[in-house]
Each structure stands twice: as structure tokens, then as C-alpha cells.
Ligand binder design. Structure first.
Ligand code: GTP
Ligand code: MG
Length: 365
């Protein structure tokens, strides 16, 4: 499982520009064969200073970072739900991602037309959300038809599903995304089978111009941030074009270029970190003399399931795991020293993997 993030937004808001910046930034050290991936999918390695620290102690021959796949989607337009623009085919692509980066335009550029004529990121968020809501309402309606048929033919157990679908329909009808569903409409039950578009964790990315070096003072960014806050959503300002230019430079020249334009640092590491946080993932590491490898799993994953990420045989034959926090290993200086100081704990099948764990799996091969 590589985490998949889809870039959505109106045409010309800067999705492809940001995509290029993200995936080229990742390509520098990437171990992934880009040529075999769909041109609209790119892999970005996740920089993780814990990996460097552990590698300093364990000296592996290779280090494999965790990765995020970014999917550059076509621009969404009004009426996508009725098949306009790329319509339904496009909506199907959104269904396949784990999370959404919803990009809105806040940059001024007379050369780049805006589909609605003016700059208004909050309006743009609502335009796109409305299309996603319509698509979800259709999904719910289709399922309602099916469920009511079953109910009529006497299968009483579908009564609960009917109630849940009604509650979901009412929620979406009020313009509320499925990810904000309360207990009666969602999670669990039929909710999980619908793969609703508005159920996906969403991060708002405001594409500010390269001149907007203090985004919090920018009225367009501030308005978007206030809107996102009202939804409990995270928002981040990114100068997409500047980031795309930055990755074309030699790493050594980037700092100077940024500082000349008044930016302290690239915004991309923060964007990547937040994409990760959005899905509530934890990272664990495996290490041997050959390789130090970072893996990501949802919070709450048990030790055998984590072992299964590494190899299915490790999950089937799981016996126990030895776990040590990465910082304890670094402080101890070696695995042997960490064991001696009692930092390594033995865990069984019920253990839930913690962020930053280094795990050694014992298994029956
Ligand atoms: N000045 C400026 N121009 C930008 C910025 N970001 C994107 N652009 C320009 O806006 C135009 C559209 O950018 P794209 O990245 O292709 O937009 P998109 O969202 O992928 O558009 P579609 O694929 O048509 O939906 C291009 O000419 C970009 O160079 C920015 O931060 N500043
Ligand atoms: Mg594009």
C-alpha cells in the first residue's frame, strides 16, 4: 500500500504545476521506476530525519523511505456530475485515492484565465465540493433503490440500512460532506461500501503567488483558512509555480533563490507531512545489515499485520516482535546496547505498532 493522494480543483488552479513540483522533488532520490507508472501518477519519497539518524548507527547498505503517490487529476468543472468536462470518468478516478489535496487558486496572473472570472478561493472550494456532493447523492440514491427492493421482498434486516441511507441523503442534501457524518449516517455498515467522494480526508492547498511571502496576511488565504477552520480542515499555502521552478535548480542553489524572493524555505516538506497526518498513519522501520526500510500503516495496526506489510510469510508465521523506539536505538548506539539497557521489548500478536518503532519480526518461515 502506497498512500495515494489525488489533486483536485478547478481547471487552471495549478494542480499539474504542484504535481510536477512534488514528484520531481521526489524523483531526485527515488528508487521507483517512473516509466512504469501512469504519467499522471508520481511518487514522492517522504524525507524523514529519523531514517538518517538510525542509518548513522546501523550503517545499512541501502535506505528505503516511505512514499506517497500523487495523482494529477483533470480539472473539475460545474456539471461534472452530469457528465460535463471529463465527467463521470473523472469522478471514478477520484474514487481510487485515499485522500484529496483540494487546490484553489489565489495567485494573480492576467495571462491565466479563471473559469469564473475572478479570484475567490472559497467560492471555488464550494463549486468543486458541490459536484462531489452531487455525485455522492447519486451513489446514495442508487443504493437506496437497491436496498428498498430487498426490503420489499421481505428481507427485514435491510431496515437499518434504509435508515442509514436516509440519514446520509439528508446530510449530503444539506451540503455537508460525508466525512462530517454523525453516528446515525456514518461510519460502519453501508457507509463503508459506498466509497463516497466527500468521505475522503481532504487538505486544502491555497496556491498563492510567489509574491505572497506572508500568506497569513493575504486576504484570500485568510478567507480560505477561516472557511477551512469552520470545517475542522487543514489548509496550507503553497506557491506552486515557485516550487516547480525550485526543483529545476541544483539543490545547493535553492536556498539563495528562495531567500531572494523572500521565502524562508520550501513549503513542500510541510505539505507532505500534513498529507501523512491527514490519514493518521504511523511509520515503523525494519533494519538489517542490508537495508533500513520505512513502512507506513494506519494507526492501530497490530504487529502481525505490520509484519504482513514486509512479507506475507512473516504475517502467517508470526511468533513475536522485538520493538525498540528509534531514538532509544540511536541513543544506545547499537541493538546489543539497546537490549542490555532494557530498551528492547518483546511483543505479541496484540501489540499495536507505534510511530517510530523499529521492529524485528520472529516468524516460522
Ligand atoms: N503566476 C502563477 N502562475 C501559476 C501558478 N501556478 C500555476 N500557474 C500557471 O497557471 C496555469 C495553469 O496551471 P496548471 O498547473 O496547468 O493548472 P491545472 O490545475 O493543472 O489545470 P487543468 O489541468 O487544466 O485542470 C499554467 O500556465 C501555470 O504556469 C502560480 O503560483 N503563479
Ligand atoms: Mg492539469
Amino acid at each position: 500500500m502506497a498512500l495515494r493522494c489525488g489533486l483536485v480543483g478547478l481547471p487552471n488552479c495549478g494542480k499539474s504545476t504542484l504535481f510536477n513540483a512534488l514528484t520531481k522533488a521526489g524523483a531526485q532520490t527515488a528508487l521507483y521506476p517512473f516509466s512504469t507508472i501512469d504519467p499522471n501518477v508520481g511518487v514522492m519519497e517522504v524525507a524523514d530525519e529519523r531514517l538518517d539518524a538510525v542509518a548513522g548507527v546501523t550503517r545499512p547498505k541501502a535506505v528505503v523511505s516511505a512514499a506517497i503517490e500523487y495523482v494529477d487529476l483533470a480539472g473539475l468543472v460545474k456539471g461534472a456530475n452530469r457528465g460535463e468536462g471529463l465527467g463521470n470518468q473523472f469522478l471514478a478516478h477520484i474514487r481510487e485515492v485515499d485522500a484529496l489535496l483540494h487546490i484553489v487558486r489565489a495567485f494573480q496572473d492576467p495571462q491565466v484565465p479563471h473559469v469564473d472570472g475572478t479570484l475567490d478561493p472559497v467560492r471555488d472550494i464550494e463549486t468543486v465540493s458541490y459536484e462531489l456532493l452531487l455525485a455522492d447523492l447519486e451513489t446514495v440514491a442508487k443504493r437506496q433503490e437497491k436496498t428498498s427492493r430487498k426490503l420489499r421482498s421481505g428481507e427485514r434486516r435491510y431496515q437499518g440500512e434504509v435508515e442509514q441511507l436516509k440519514a446520509l441523503e439528508a446530510l449530503l442534501g444539506r451540503g455537508v460532506s460525508a466525512r462530517h457524518a454523525g453516528p446515525e449516517a456514518g461510519r460502519g455498515g453501508v457507509f463503508e461500501e459506498l466509497f463516497l467522494l466527500t468521505a475522503k480526508p481532504t487538505l486544502y492547498v491555497v496556491n498563492v503567488g510567489e509574491k505572497t511571502t506572508a500568506p497569513e496576511e493575504d486576504p484570500l488565504f485568510a478567507a480560505t483558512a477561516a472557511y477551512a477552520k469552520g470545517q475542522g480542515a487543514v489548509v496550507i499555502a503553497v506557491p506552486a509555480k515557485l516550487e516547480a521552478e525550485l526543483v529545476e535548480l541544483e539543490p545547493a542553489d535553492r536556498g539563495v533563490f528562495l531567500n531572494e524572493l523572500g521565502w524562508a524555505k520550501s513549503t513542500l516538506p510541510d505539505l507532505v507531512r500534513r498529507s501523512f497526518a491527514l490519514l493518521d498513519l504511523v511509520t515503523f522501520f525494519t533494519v538489517n545489515e542490508n537495508e533500513l526500510h520505512a513502512w507506513t500503516v494506519p494507526r492501530g495496526t497490530t504487529a502481525p499485520a505490520a509484519a504482513g506489510k514486509v512479507h506475507s510469510r512473516m504475517e502467517k508465521g508470526f511468533i513475536r516482535a522485538e520493538a525498540v523506539d528509534w531514538s532509544d536505538l540511536v541513543r544506545a548506539g547499537s541493538m546489543a546496547a539497546a537490549r542490555e539497557s532494557g530498551r528492547v521489548h518483546v511483543e505479541g500478536r496484540e501489540y499495536r505498532v507505534k510511530d517510530g518503532d523499529i521492529l524485528y519480526f520472529r516468524f516460522n518461515p
